[in-house]
Design a protein around this ligand. Sequence first.
Ligand code: VER
Length: 224
Amino acid sequence: ATLTSERGRMDSFSSLIRTASHEQHREAETSTFMSDLLGGRLGVTAYARYTEQLWFVYEALESTAARPAADPLAGPFVRPELFRLPALERDLAHLRGPDWRTGLSALPATRAYADRVRECAEHWPGGYVAHHYTRYLGDLSGGQIIRDRAEKTWGFARKGDGVRFYVFERIANPAAFKRGYRQLLDGIGADELERQRIVGECRRAFALNTDVLRALGEEFPLSA
Ligand code: VER
């Protein structure tokens, strides 16, 4: 019985997704831009530019959410307490001033990422779940490390304007939330083939993130 339950846990869909994107997680985490950001080597302009790219991604995830929310497979994942767009907009107003919307621009890599998210939101609930997982579970985990670094590097108030994106005010216990989220993944109403397709879309989501980080790295090279 122990063996079976062990195996059951190892083979769970949430573990599968996590393992499948492990290599790419390392790649994103150790990208030049992220390393420089976490190393405190970038100016606040680079951080603002990064936050701006996130706005396009979350705009795509959240302005389209009504459709996946009404879908039996994706619906349970769509939770208003996760929504990041209002927090991002407050951060941008702080970083860029009240006119932040003027001159907001997506890098080509960001445009491609947002387009793919929107495509999934419209046509493929399973794909939407893959993008949802890749962003929100990451924000609830490593996002906290980025927040801490940003507060220290650029002097934002703790959990205040500038880093509100990383603060989930309506999620009191992130660890418990993540456990619940993984249970949702494990119970997802998708057959084996669809599960594989979702894992594939997760890999694609990571690749799209890495593309954005690479483009940002090119825009903000450290002066030698
Ligand atoms: Fe990750 N992340 N991450 N991350 N992450 C964790 C979990 C996690 C971390 C740290 C951590 C990304 O970048 C970072 C993602 C997705 C992503 C920890 C746990 C750091 C320090 C960085 C960057 C510096 C990026 C760019 C992504 C993808 C967009 C996911 C999906 C998860 C949840 C894994 C799971 O299933 O538990 C400490």
